[in-house]
Write a protein that binds this ligand. Structure first.
Ligand SMILES: [Zn+2]
Length: 290
């Protein structure tokens, strides 16, 4: 078993690449084993018919895209929890009893505890409380992962595996200045920041209102090309993402500044400035610097 282990607990096939493709590549390059929980099958993604050629369903297509992205990112293993994608808040799919949003938090947390106890990651990443941009599946996996992070070390919480305590928990986030910058850019392009995306259901102003403090800033600029290649694997979703993704030159410029909120151990001061998610992590053999 390799020494450094990072677990990312996310909701959809594409979250890992769009959000953390550069970060994953940076840690893999340092010899860290990166594991992914993908809680849903991405069933509710908006897909134009030409992408469905050769696939029985949107879920099958999106899991195939994830498979290709995980090869590029060299993920050690992807744990697919198999829930149905809930779609956006209030949509018909969010009422589906098999959706992640309708699943009991305790049940999802148990699945995450089982993965944590199997993988034994030192560092865990999930979404922030607002689920990045208010997506119910992002919020559901954030709640379940936060619960599981504590429950995994509880000897009375029985999964038939020994208890295990990861050392750090982070929420992924975007720093407020980057969101403000994005809003200004949208206004310049004549876009309404409260109605963004292919279905006009993403509210960038609300993302700003729910932003959490940045405690760690990771430079993943050197891995930008792998990040773009992994994102390109999710081509069925790129059309929809285009309307709120920043232009390539700006993405490249911002890549050195991936922000994270440290939840555990809780920062003693409101401002801490880590440059490595493994800073202070106890390992048998230290991993090389970024
Ligand atoms: Zn997502």
């Amino acid at each position: 078993m390799s020494n450094g282990r990072l677990l990312i607990s996310y909701a959809h096939p594409d979250d890992e690449s769009f959000g953390l493709g550069g970060l994953i590549a940076a840690y893999v390059a340092r010899g860290v084993d990166v594991y992914l929980i993908c809680a849903t099958n991405g069933d509710a993604g908006t897909v134009t018919p030409e992408f469905l050629n050769g696939y029985k369903s949107v879920a099958e297509l999106r899991l195939a895209e994830l498979e290709r992205a995980s090869e590029i990112l060299k993920l050690k293993h992807v744990y697919k929890l198999g829930y149905k994608d809930s779609g956006m808040m209030g949509s018909e799919t969010s009422h589906d009893p098999h959706s992640l949003w309708q699943a009991s938090q305790d049940e999802v947390a148990r699945r995450v505890v089982e993965v944590i106890r199997e993988v034994k990651p030192q560092v865990v990443i999930t979404f922030n409380k607002y689920g990045g941009y208010g997506h119910p599946d992002h919020i559901a996996i954030q709640r379940a992962t936060t619960q599981a992070f504590t429950a995994a070390s509880d000897p009375t919480y029985d999964t038939g595996q020994p208890p295990y305590q990861p050392q750090k928990l982070y929420y992924s986030g975007i720093s407020t200045w980057q969101i403000r910058f994005g809003i200004a850019l949208m206004r310049l392009r004549g876009q309404d920041p409260r109605r963004v995306g292919i279905n006009k259901d993403i509210d960038i102003q609300a993302i700003l209102e729910h932003a959490e403090p940045t405690h760690a800033t990771i430079n993943v600029g050197r891995y930008f090309d792998i990040w773009e290649r992994a994102s390109a694997c999710h081509s069925s979703q790129l059309g929809g993402a285009r309307s709120f993704r920043l232009p390539l030159s700006l993405r490249r410029w911002l890549a050195p500044m991936q922000g994270f909120t440290r939840i555990y151990p809780a920062p003693a001061r409101s401002r801490i400035d880590e440059r490595d998610l493994f800073a202070g992590v106890k390992l048998d053999k230290p991993i090389p610097a970024l």
